[in-house]
Structure formats: C-alpha cells, structure tokens
Design a protein around this ligand. Sequence first.
Ligand SMILES: [Zn+2]
Length: 272
Amino acid sequence: MRVAFDSHAHLQDPAFERDREKVIARAEEAGVSGMLLCGYDTHSNLETLAIAAGHPAVFAAVGFHPHEAKDVTAEMLETLAGQAARPDVVAVGEIGLDFYRDHSPQDAQLRVLKAQLEIAEAVAKPVSVHSRAAEDACLEPLSAYAAGRGWAPGTPPVGIMHCFGGTLEQARRYVDVGFLISIACPITYPSNEESRRMAAGLPLEAIVVETDSPYLPPQKLRGRRNEPANVWRAIEAVAAARGESVASVAAATTHNATRIFGVTLPTKVGIS
Ligand SMILES: [Zn+2]
C-alpha cells in the first residue's frame, strides 16, 4: 500500500469552491491518505472545521496567518483557543512571521504569533509555521514554545516549518529545537537548489511534505492551481535528491506527519 500525507493545504480556499469533493477524491485515489487543512483567518478556520468533519482523510488546523495580524483582536484569540482545544483539531496553524510582504506591522505579527504559541502550548498541540524572510526572527519564539512543550531529543516534534525557504543550516537549527521541515512542490523548480540540498542533507525523520494548495504547483503545472494529489511530485523530488526510493520517502514522511499530529489514517485510503 502506497500512502502519502499532505501536511499543509488550504482546500477551504475559494479556488476549490466548485470541485472540492472531486479534489479530495482525486487525492484519496492517488494514495494521499492524510491532508492537513490550515486555516488563516476567522472564516477559513470555520470552513476548515466543516470540511474536516465530513472527510476521514482530512484533518483540521486553526490559526491566524501573519498577514492578518494587524486585525486580530483578543476576542478572536479567545475563539481560536476554544477551537484549538476541540478533539477534531490536530494543530494550530497557519501562524508565523512574514517580513517579506509585511502586510501587518512586525510588532503586531510577533504579538499574534506569541499569543498563538501560548494557545498551542496550553492545548499541547503542534504548530504549522509560515516563515518568510523571518527565518532568524522566528527561532527565538519557537524555541521558547518548544521548551514550554517540554520537547527533548527523542520525543515527538512539536511543530512544522511549512514550505521552509531558508537554508539547510537554518533548517538544522529548527530541527535541533524540535521542529520538522516541510518540503513543498517548488523543490521541482530548476532554480531551487537549496530545497534539494535541504532534502538531501536533513535526516529523513525531520522531513514532511506538503502542497500548500492552491499555491505552489510543481514545475510541470506552474501557473495552475495546485492540489493535494500533487504531493507525490514533492515526494519524488525528495527521493531523487536523497538517492532513496519514492516508497521509503512516502512511508517516512507519512509516519512523521501522523506522529506529530497524533492521528491514525483511514484504512480504506491508499494505493497498492
Ligand atoms: Zn499555507
């Protein structure tokens, strides 16, 4: 049985309004037996919960994206804390810092990130982190959160650096404090040598894969909408970079994802 786990996608996005069920069915047919849907604002968090409720292969994460930070109120964080505590929510995300686009002031981004890390710590659930042009700025708050979770080498990781765009050396610093590194389909872009270096240089226990659908399609589909079935393109590229089989990378990344989210996969999904 060949299975894969897409550790970060946004199927609640309006891009999937018309054919969401077909997209999920295509993923399941392709052996994508687990998908984590990450919310990014109040509306998308509610949508995420609703979609996950109807699909055993779909798991929910709730959070406020750094772009939203300037509009996040104490009341919104209180609602989020309530949602994060629900048994059907497996992670807090997408949270983080984005100093590339700076849609929200950096101090607001830091305030909202720290508040959400406190929520994740209180409910003892992992985080899915967006870090863009903020790979150094994220390290301190994330290390503090990992310490608060009681993370130590050998214990399950406490967070994922989603579509990590830093260097292999920066990635190692996150692995050293309890984070997994998520590799997305841009690893297939000819220019993205660093992502392939990361895939080759990190231990397999530290890697998960994702699509970030509807964003970041693989090289052959550039300019088009991405979907979870394409997570295989990331797996194949990780396998090629490491000189390992697609099957072993698929098995390991699926294991890493189910372990961090504390979930078991529906048994009827998967391809032989
Ligand atoms: Zn995302």
